[in-house]
Design a protein around this ligand. Structure first.
Ligand code: PEP
Ligand code: MG
Length: 879
């Protein structure tokens, strides 16, 4: 028998024990320690859940005994008995994972109410209605969660009864109604299961704990974990606590609050509550709750106490808290506190404010913000000058703009969204089972539910715009229509949501680029004080270079010159150069290209004055500059068939011949990069001349130029670099000699082929710097075509978890990362001070940046819009 401890009384734990007790259990224990009123109870550890999963559902030996003794202790402390005919003990059984997964797992409330105890419970509270309300809730929740009765069977009965009584709220049902409902619910369960629900509360408790274990592995929980990078093997803890009742009449209530506004981060009152209700009524969005401020009038003492507790908890945890509470006959209890999920804008504001309030250091504040949150802020918003009138309005539950086609169910949203179509998911209310649809959509609109409903919490955490509780809309899921007033929208009609105001527009509105605010700049500025890695940008135009500099790039790590070759006015000259059959023809074409290249470089060097710019010499797969082989063949055929002009036919035939001659089966592995330059040294020579002339012209004009670094692509052999370096150096020397000027120019290479990584020590002999081209290194290192992989087998691999992530997005640490390591070590063996950069897409990916930090590289380079994220991620990587 193992000596793992599977069960803890609440008094045994504290906040540091979240891996064992789960977040909820650890924080409950911590609150108890702090003297904050929480209901008494115990926690079954995550280890018990993991052991049960490993044993295919079999509980570890001794666990049930542990639960029974803990229950006996709880009965003694409370003076109540589970199932007892005199003072019955009622329990809540709630999941609580290490990382919070709002609403994804199961909860069972009111366990212990039964035919034997319901009357006593009513008499004790002097409120029979409350007892029967609790009973019908229990049968419903237990039947659904533990025994798997489809929820709508209960809902349909409840709706039918309300219709029959002519009432709209559950609270309007009488005690007799509720009694009848309990009987009906039991019948529903019997019909569905072919047996009665178990009536022994101890057996119910065992099955309830087991159901919470199982809920760790539901599809929605898996989807949520995947979306939030939470490992699948952590398991959930189970919290068993004495029930406190928010549904015990008009002096009882239940609610949810945040210590700051989770949408904006503003330090203000934020929360909702419902009188005479139980917790799931608020969070599941079943009844639309009231703003917390109104609690001051209804339950003034509990309200003041709640405010004081909120302040204490925030000060204690040094973080914004998301709190669940219940007031039972005027007495406040806390059921949960956790770090509050917040929007990106709120995360930045809270972090910055808490530094100003002296609560957090700058380093701590940086750790409170996730790189993905900065990413969210770099997304577009609705153009403020749209001048359109909203068709309706709901609660601004999660900010940001969403434009998309209406869909009415989560499966369709997931399917169409993942296929690349922007969709907006519309639901009466969302349930955790809709999670995959929320992920697939641009935004979510619900007719029901409040700001703290699961829909809102989950959407905020994921940065999805959400408008909740838009009461002016009517939804028919069967007809797939959304009706506002007399306007009817069908599936596929495009609407726009503004999650920051709650406005809903019946058309597609223009979006504007994101505005980077002061919180954003401040936090990224702090990141700069901390990070070691340099951050440059990949940019090939004046505009991109200017943007990059504005966003904090410390230079350009990759200027792809082939992009300049593709512009329409250059393509003919470039084509002539490639197709030239004599050196003279080629020289003539290059002469035409040179001034255009020079002009481009002048723009970039001007934008990057005083900062380094790495210009990479030409790296095209040749076919990108030539007509398509098939199309050219068809053209020739057509001209021949239609008896076209003889000269035209001859020219087309000649071009076809040249295209055939240059055609390659695998152009990505063909005459690219330095291979082309090795065949035609005139090309790198021309490019070098254009670079030097541009640098000198900018210096002349602006008084300062950029630091010139010339980079040779797709090198596999050190001899290639040696030869290319000679060409470049000769051209530089000639240009400088002709002008009598001085200019520092360094020459380096891309490391983007496995061979180059392996012989990096040899290559470094001829290099002033390396830049890892992790796109090609991934393509050639794993052997996946970068142009064909997406959507093909690779997507299936990621979906089926054959591999954790798309290796073109986030570096494959073990494989491709190993090649980078090898290259870095080899290079530094030869030249200890060798500058090492990364300019593949991975240079903007936070997880990859953390890896490059571990390797001690010099800088990363990414697209201009990712520069702030890279600056931030580089800081996070050293904290
Ligand atoms: C690379 O291969 O990582 C790289 C930056 O070069 P390109 O994407 O232009 O091939
Ligand atoms: Mg490359």
């Amino acid at each position: 028998m193992s000596d793992t401890k599977y069960l803890y009384d609440m008094s045994e734990g504290d906040a540091t024990m979240r891996t064992v007790l789960g977040g909820k259990g650890a924080n409950l224990a911590e609150m108890k320690r702090l003297g904050i009123p929480v209901p008494d109870g115990f926690t079954v550890s995550t280890a018990a859940c993991v052991a049960t999963m490993e044993a295919h559902g079999e509980w570890p030996e001794g666990l049930w005994d542990d639960v029974q003794t803990a229950l006996a202790r709880l009965e003694e402390r409370t003076g109540r008995t589970l199932g007892g005919a005199e003072k019955p003990l009622l329990l809540s059984v709630r999941s609580g994972a290490v990382f919070s997964m709002p609403g994804m797992m199961d909860t069972i409330l009111n366990l212990g109410v039964s035919d034997e105890t319901v009357e006593v419970l009513g008499a004790e509270a002097d409120n029979p209605r409350f007892a029967w309300d609790s009973y019908r809730r229990f049968v419903q929740m237990y039947g659904e969660v533990v025994e798997g009765v489809p929820p709508h069977l209960f809902e349909d009965e409840l709706t039918a009864l309300k219709a029959d009584r002519g009432v709209s709220q559950d609270t309007e049902l009488s005690t007799e109604d509720l009694k009848a409902l309990v009987a009906t619910f039991k019948d529903v369960a019997r019909r569905e299961l072919g047996r009665d629900l178990p009536s022994d509360p101890r057996e119910q408790l065992r099955r309830a704990i087991d159901a919470v274990f199982r809920s760790w592995d539901t599809p929605r929980a898996r989807v949520y974990r995947k979306a939030n990078d939470i490992p699948d093997d952590l398991g959930t803890a189970v919290n068993v606590m004495q029930m406190v009742f928010g549904n015990r009449g008009e002096t009882s209530a239940t609610g949810v609050c945040f210590t700051r506004n989770p949408s904006t981060g503003v330090h203000e009152l934020y929360g909702e509550f419902l009188v005479n209700a139980q917790g799931e009524d608020v969070v599941a969005g079943i009844r639309t709750p009231r703003p917390l401020a109104e609690m001051q009038e209804v339950l003034p003492e509990a309200y003041e106490q709640l405010l004081a507790t909120m302040r204490d908890l925030e000060a204690h945890y040094k973080d914004m808290q998301d709190i669940e509470f219940t007031v039972e006959e005027g007495t406040l209890y806390l059921l949960q506190t956790r770090s509050g999920k917040r929007t990106a804008a709120a995360a930045l504001k809270v972090a910055r404010d808490m530094v100003e309030e002296g609560v957090l250091t700058r380093e701590e504040a940086l750790q409170r913000v996730a790189p993905s949150q900065l990413d969210q802020l770099l997304h577009p918003a609705i153009d403020p000058d749209h001048g359109k009138t909203p068709v309706t309005k709901g609660l601004p539950a999660s900010p940001g703009a969403a434009v998309g086609a209406l869909v009415f169910d989560a499966d369709t949203a997931a399917e169409r969204g993942h296929a690349g179509e922007p969709v907006v998911l519309v639901r009466y209310e969302t349930t955790p089972d809709d999670i995959h649809g929320v992920i697939g959509s641009q935004g979510v609109l619900t007719a029901h539910g409040g700001m703290t409903s699961h829909a809102a919490v989950v959407a905020r955490g994921m940065g999805k715009p959400c408008v909740a509780g838009a009461q002016g809309i009517r939804i028919s899921t069967s007809e797939k229509t959304l009706t506002v007033g007399d306007r009817v929208f069908n599936e596929g009609d495009v609407i726009t949501l503004d999650g920051s105001t709650g406005d809903v527009y019946g058309e597609a509105l223009e979006l504007v680029p994101p505005q980077i605010n002061e919180d954003f700049s401040a936090i990224v500025g702090w990141a700069d004080e901390v990070r070691r890695l340099g951050v440059r940008a990949n940019a090939d135009t004046y505009e991109d270079a200017t943007k990059a500099r504005e966003l904090g790039a410390e230079g350009i790590g990759l200027c792809r010159t082939e992009h300049m070759f593709m512009a329409a006015d250059r393509l003919p000259a470039v084509r002539d150069m490639i197709l030239a059959e004599t050196a003279e023809d080629r020289a003539e074409a290059l002469e035409r290209i040179l001034p255009m290249q020079q002009q481009d470089f002048e723009g970039i060097f001007t934008a990057m004055k005083g900062l380094p710019v790495t210009v990479r010499l030409l790296d095209p797969p040749l076919h990108e500059f030539l007509p398509d082989l098939v199309e050219q063949s068809l053209l020739v055929q057509r001209l021949e068939l239609t008896g076209g002009d003889a000269d035209e036919i001859a020219a087309a035939r000649q071009l076809l011949g040249q295209v055939k001659r240059l055609h390659e089966q695998n152009p990505m592995l063909g005459t690219r990069g330095c291979r082309l330059a090795m065949l035609y040294p005139e090309i790198p020579e021309m490019q070098t001349r254009a670079i030097i002339r541009a640098a000198l012209a900018v210096r002349e004009r602006e008084g300062e130029t950029a630091g010139v670094e010339i980079m040779i692509p797709l090198v596999a052999y050190s001899s290639e670099l040696k030869a290319q370096r000679e060409i470049v150096e000769r051209a530089v020397a000639e240009e400088l000699e002709a002008t009598g000027e001085q200019l520092d120019v360094t020459v380096g290479t891309m490391i983007e082929l496995p061979r180059a990584a392996i012989v990096a020590d040899q290559i470094a002999e001829h290099a002033d710097f390396f830049s890892f081209g992790t796109n090609d290194l991934t393509q050639t290192g794993i052997g996946i075509s970068r142009d064909d992989a997406e959507g093909g087998f690779l997507s299936a691999y990621v979906a089926d978890e054959v591999i954790p992530k798309n290796p073109f997005e986030s570096i494959d640490r073990d494989g491709v990362g190993g090649l980078v390591r090898l290259g870095a070590e080899g290079g530094r063996r030869t030249k200890p001070e060798l500058k090492l950069g990364v300019c593949g897409e991975h240079g903007g990916d936070p997880a990859s940046i953390a890896f490059f930090e571990e390797l001690g590289l010099t800088y990363v380079s990414c697209s201009p819009f990712r520069v702030p994220i890279a600056r931030f991620a580089a800081a996070r990587a050293v904290l």
